[in-house]
Each structure stands twice: as structure tokens, then as C-alpha cells.
Design a protein around this ligand. Structure first.
Ligand code: ADP
Length: 647
């Protein structure tokens, strides 16, 4: 299974501390992202959830210092004394120094000391002149009056000059202490800034409202209300925007402008806020843009923005099931155990994880790379191993109904995650909503379903196989075909189950009618006038949608059986598409379908030969791979009991 022999994961080497070495299965994507960052290109990562998009970006973020020199900088906001609604934001190279905390030199016209002395002298001379001729005894009073005149004069001059200056420059009564510049952001190493696409304020910045009695206090000057955006914080680094599906169009335009101009002003985003009247100068924001989302999300992006993204990388959702890749999966298990502080896993447990990775990939030949899902299963299996609470819920009772703990402990009472714990999480579907819905449906509905496996051969009755929704659970579908004579000319095909399996039905009826008319089937021949027949097709008790054409072979057999009146054996279920030449073509979900046939107790399951590489479990049911319809016919028709006249 793996290139190393071990009993438990404790014996395996420690995972690399570097996140970049921990990413598995996405080697090409990692290389492209690293090269893109080195060359300052913009990137979009697309792929299914949990394949490692954020992990790759985070990993690149860890090693950003490897990408050459970086000049640290800091961002300050200053008041604009000419227009307070237009605060000034500056990006300054170097480290932030405390002396910035000084109050800026304001343009107050405070009188100089020479002017004051001159004023005083003038005041004294004036009072001397006024006091001339005053008798000696009034001299003390005269001196007091003189000093008072001097004081009042000086005071009035100072006051009017201060008030005049501040009024001219501010237009309101701001406390001069509020005019200090403020430090908005300091960046000492190359930044990786992450922001969700829907969070406009976080992405582009904003100006806080200045409410009465609220925060910030009333009268806080605009430069102290600036919130820097992620695009500005990512200056000289990387801006990582995830959830691109949710990015409003107007934000896309701003980001486009920022990418083009490498600068963008901040203004108040809420039109009802006092911040809306404020706008800064354009603030430098020279960043590499990395975005991520699911494949379909890309259609939400406007073409000009998408054009600006140089690398568009689609991450893989599966890798080949090779020894090398199984080893990588083992490395992933060890990482998850270490990173999440889980109990060690036994060798069998690791093999079970590989088996589930095959199931989730839909093939024995592949391993899933939807590793978040796999990581969640491992974490839950650890919980099952840890405590009996969850084990009890998931059911672990012996035949007499007594709780039977499965937790495997070694001599030192150490807990291990075993194959049983993992299987339990997988089989009960607690890691997936869809699987639980499908399981509940099957559990509640099976007893009402009229399926009699291995019954007597029947004309026009066959068991097909389907996968229920996105739950990854297969189910058996009974298909019934009946032929009636019609008074109207032409063959009438009636699907009495509505929209179900439209593709399969159209294809199968065309093919079966052709084959029956041509009489080339390896079956007893019969003259049938197809010109006045009504073919009724029912997918009995099937209520969920059946897409695709994987029921074609089943429907075709049922129509041929009904037209020729030859019974079909009932010990098999069949899945497979057909082309018009009668070749059996591959289908999806083969493992889930085989599971379903097994669950209902069928002895045989017929599948396309092309799908044999995908089959994981071969035990418990006879699996018959077929390439053509001619191969199927002798396997399924009960030729011993035919009552029709031969031509
Ligand atoms: P995405 O962004 O594609 O939805 P994440 O990067 O958030 O997925 O992956 C979630 C978690 O799943 C990671 O933290 C890691 O534990 C695991 N994981 C996903 N992809 C990988 C990978 N390629 N290699 C290793 N671990 C992975």
C-alpha cells in the first residue's frame, strides 16, 4: 500500500514545518503561483472546495521574504488645514518614528515678543501722557491704571489673532490637539493580506461616521477617521481575495482601477454617514492580486478584471492512485494529525483513508484531492476513537444490544484511530449533509419499495441503478415496460414517470426498435409491426431526478423483452449507457451503484467494461463487465422458457 512499513503513524517522519511542503497533489499549481509571485503577476485559483486554494496562498505568504528585497514603510494620515474634508495620507519609506506624534506647526498668527514689547512701550508712553499733571498722591492709582491698560491691550491683541487664525484655517472649533498626524499602518515585511470579496469596507477602506455622542467622539477630524483598505495594506505585497462569487461589481471596478493606477483614494462608503463627504488623496497600493473561487464563480467576474489576471489556474480534484501518491496521502494524514493534535492512526486506519479517497474520487484508479473533506473525516474518526459518546450515537452495539466499545488502546492506554472509526464516520455520512439525506431516504423508503431481487424471470421488468442526488449513495430502480396495441398509426413512446431519465428512454427506445426490426439480435426472431404500438415505460417508485443516460442499457433490455415477449432474469441489476451501434459506454458512480445492488441482495451486477478500472470493492456480488449489448443478451434473457413462435 505504502512504500514504508509501519504499525502506527507515530513511527512516520514528522511533517515539514513549511506549509509549502505540506501541500500535496497540486505541485503544478504551487510552481505556477510561486513563479507568478516572483514575476509580479496576478493569479486566480479555481477549483472545488477544499482542494488547497487558500492553503497554497497561505504557504506562499510564509515564504514571501524569499522573493527579494522589501522596503518597509508606514502610512500616516494628516489633516488638510486648507480643507479638512480632504485629509492627506502619506506612504513613507522606513520605520515609523515616535517624533511624528508632535503637533504640526499651525498657522496661528501669534504676535512675536518684539511686537509685544513695542505694544507695551506704546501703552506705557500713552499712559504717561494721560497721567501728566496728576497730583503725587494719586500716583499709585495712576500706575495701577497704566498696568491694567497694558494688560488688556496685550490680551485683546493675542486673543483676536488666535481666533482669527483658527477661524480662517478650520472653519470650526477643533481642538488643536486633534490635528496630530496619526499612524494608520506600519509594514515591516512583505505583506499577504486576505480579504473576503463581499467585505467592501475591508477591501477598499472607509471613513468612519462621526456621530453625536458616539465613537469616535463628535468633532473627531476626518484624518483620524480613515480606515485603510486591504488593497492599501497589501502595498508591495499580495492581496488575497477569496469567495470571488460574492464580489460586488462596483468593487471589481475599484480593484481594476487600483491594479491599473497602483493607487486609490479612500472615501466614505456609506452615503448616510458623515464620512461620505470625506475623500483622501490617492493612496499608493501596488500589489499582486491572487483570487480564488469555485470554477463557476469566475463567471461573476467582469471581463476587464479577468483580463488583468495573468494566470488562471484550475486545481485538480483527483490524483492517480500510484504508490507515490499514496505516500503523499500518508504524509497528509500525518500532517492533519500533527496540525490538529489528533491521536495517532494505525496502519489499517491509513489504508482505510486511502480506500475512502478512492471512493470520493469515484474510482479505484484515483485518489480524491478534496482533502478538507478527508481531513474532516479523519478528525471525526479521532472523536469517535476518543469517546464513547459519539460512538454510541453512531451505534456500536452487539447482538444483545449492549454497548460495545471499539476504541483501540495499547498497553499504555494510548488511543489510536483505527479503520473501524474511519469506516463508521464514512458509512454513517456524518461528514456530509447530502449523504445523510440520501441515507435517510433509503432507510425510510426501502421497506416500501417493491423490489424483489432474484425473483422468477419476468417480461419487461429490469432493475437499473442510480446515484441519489449529490449524496454519493446508490439506489436500485425498478423499470417496467409494457406494450399495447394502438389505434393510431406510428410507435408511441410514453414515459409515464414524467421527466425521469429522458435521455436513457429516448436512446433506448430508438435502439431497441431498430434492433427488433432488423432482427439482428441473438434472440428468437419475431415479426412485430411497430407501426401501431404504444410503449409504456415506468421508473417505478422513482421520485428523484435521474440525469444522464446510464439507464439506457436497462431500458433497452426491458423494451426488447416486452416487444419480443421474452422474460428477463431477475437476479441482476444493470448500469450502462449504449451508443446506437449497441456498444456499452462508461457511466459515473459505479461504486455507489454496485453497493446498492449488493445492499438489495442481487446476485449479479452488470457494468460497462470501461468502468472496471473504477471498481473498488469486488467482494459480495458477482460483477460482470460487458462491452456490447450482444454480450448482455445471453446473460439476462431466460431463453429456456420462451413460448414464442420462431421464424
Ligand atoms: P480551499 O481554499 O480550496 O477551499 P483550503 O486550502 O482551505 O481549501 O483547504 C482546507 C484544508 O484542507 C487545509 O487546511 C488542509 O488541511 C487540507 N488540504 C486541502 N488541500 C490540501 C492539499 N492540496 N494538501 C494538503 N492539505 C490540503
Amino acid at each position: 500500500m505504502f512504500s514504508i512499513k509501519f504499525k502506527t503513524t507515530e513511527e512516520l517522519p514528522e511533517p515539514s514545518p513549511r506549509l509549502i511542503d505540506q501541500v500535496i497533489g497540486q505541485e503544478e499549481a504551487v510552481k505556477i503561483v510561486l513563479s507568478a509571485v516572483k514575476n509580479k503577476r496576478n493569479v486566480i485559483l479555481l477549483g472545488e472546495p477544499g482542494v488547497g486554494k487558500s492553503m497554497i496562498v497561505k504557504a506562499v505568504g510564509e515564504i514571501l521574504s524569499d522573493f527579494g528585497e522589501f522596503t518597509p514603510y508606514y502610512v500616516i494620515a494628516k489633516p488638510n488645514l486648507k480643507n479638512m474634508e480632504r485629509p492627506i495620507v502619506e506612504v513613507i519609506d522606513g520605520e515609523y518614528k515616535e517624533d511624528l506624534k508632535e503637533i504640526p506647526k499651525l498657522n496661528f498668527k501669534t504676535p512675536s515678543s518684539t511686537t509685544l514689547i513695542l505694544i507695551m512701550v506704546a501703552a506705557i508712553l500713552l499712559s504717561q501722557y494721560l497721567l501728566k499733571g496728576i497730583p503725587q498722591e494719586y500716583l499709585l492709582a495712576a500706575v495701577t491704571i497704566t498696568s491694567l491698560i497694558v494688560l488688556i491691550f496685550g490680551f485683546v491683541i493675542i486673543l483676536t489673532s488666535i481666533m482669527g487664525a483658527s477661524k480662517a484655517s478650520m472653519g470650526n472649533n477643533i481642538n488643536p490637539m486633534d490635528l496630530k498626524p496619526v499612524l494608520l499602518y506600519e509594514c515591516k515585511k512583505r505583506p499577504l493580506v486576505r480579504a473576503s470579496a463581499y467585505n467592501v469596507t475591508r477591501l477598499l477602506g472607509d471613513i468612519k461616521h462621526c456621530p453625536l455622542g458616539g465613537r469616535p467622539p463628535l468633532g473627531t477630524p476626518p484624518h483620524k477617521r480613515i480606515i485603510l483598505g486591504a488593497i492599501h495594506e497589501a502595498h508591495r505585497g499580495i492581496l488575497y481575495v477569496d469567495e470571488i462569487k460574492t464580489m460586488p461589481l462596483e468593487v471589481q471596478d475599484y480593484i481594476l482601477t487600483a491594479l491599473q493606477d497602483k493607487q486609490l483614494p479612500i472615501s466614505g462608503r456609506n452615503p448616510n454617514s458623515s464620512g461620505a463627504t470625506v475623500e483622501t488623496n490617492p493612496i499608493p497600493c501596488d500589489f499582486i492580486l491572487i483570487m480564488s473561487g469555485n470554477m463557476d464563480d469566475v463567471y461573476n467576474l467582469r471581463a476587464p478584471l479577468l483580463d488583468r489576471i495573468d494566470y488562471k489556474i484550475v486545481l485538480k480534484n483527483k490524483m492517480d492512485n500510484t504508490l507515490e501518491n499514496r505516500d503523499k496521502l500518508l504524509q497528509f494524514i500525518v500532517q492533519e494529525i500533527k496540525n490538529n493534535n489528533l491521536n495517532p492512526m494505525t496502519y489499517d486506519g491509513c489504508c482505510e483513508v486511502v480506500r475512502i479517497a478512492q471512493y470520493l474520487a469515484g474510482s479505484k484508479d484515483k485518489l480524491t484531492l478534496r482533502l478538507r473533506l478527508l481531513a474532516n473525516i479523519i478528525k471525526m474518526a479521532n472523536d469517535v476513537a476518543m469517546g464513547k459518546d459519539i460512538e454510541e450515537i453512531l451505534g456500536n452495539f452487539d447482538e444483545e444490544g449492549n454497548y460495545k466499545p471499539e476504541t483501540q488502546k495499547d498497553k499504555n492506554n494510548k488511543v489510536y484511530i483505527t479503520a473501524e472509526h474511519i469506516r463508521k464516520v464514512f458509512d454513517t455520512g456524518i461528514y456530509s449533509m447530502e449523504k445523510q439525506v440520501a441515507l435517510n431516504y433509503i432507510k425510510n423508503f426501502k421497506r416500501y419499495k417493491h423490489i424483489v431481487p432474484n425473483d422468477e424471470p419476468k417480461v419487461g421488468v429490469v432493475y437499473g441503478l442510480a446515484v441519489l442526488g449529490a449524496g454519493g449513495i446508490g439506489d436500485v430502480t425498478k423499470i417496467i415496460v409494457q406494450i399495447l396495441d394502438s389505434k393510431n398509426p406510428g410507435t408511441h413512446l410514453l414515459n409515464i414517470s414524467g421527466d425521469i431519465a429522458k435521455h436513457s428512454i429516448t436512446l433506448a427506445s430508438a435502439l431497441s426498435k431498430k434492433l427488433v426490426a432488423e432482427k439482428k439480435l441473438p434472440l428468437p426472431k419475431k415479426d412485430i409491426d411497430l407501426n401501431n404500438k404504444e410503449i409504456y415505460i415506468q421508473f417505478s417508485q422513482s421520485y428523484s431526478k435521474i440525469d444522464g443516460d446510464s439507464a439506457t442499457a436497462a431500458v433497452c433490455l426491458a423494451i426488447i423483452s416486452a416487444l419480443l415477449d421474452i422474460p428477463l432474469k431477475q437476479d441482476f441489476a444493470i448500469t450502462g449507457s449504449l451508443d446506437l451501434s449497441g456498444n456499452v459506454l462508461a457511466i459515473g458512480g459505479v461504486n455507489e451503484k454496485i453497493e446498492a445492488a449488493k445492499r438489495y441482495g442481487f446476485k449479479r451486477v452488470i457494468i460497462p467494461e470501461a468502468n472496471m478500472v473504477d471498481v473498488i470493492e469486488t467482494e459480495g456480488i458477482e460483477i460482470i463487465p460487458v462491452k456490447t449489448l450482444d454480450e448482455i443478451i445471453p446473460l439476462v434473457f431466460d431463453l429456456d422458457n420462451i413460448k414464442i413462435e420462431q421464424n
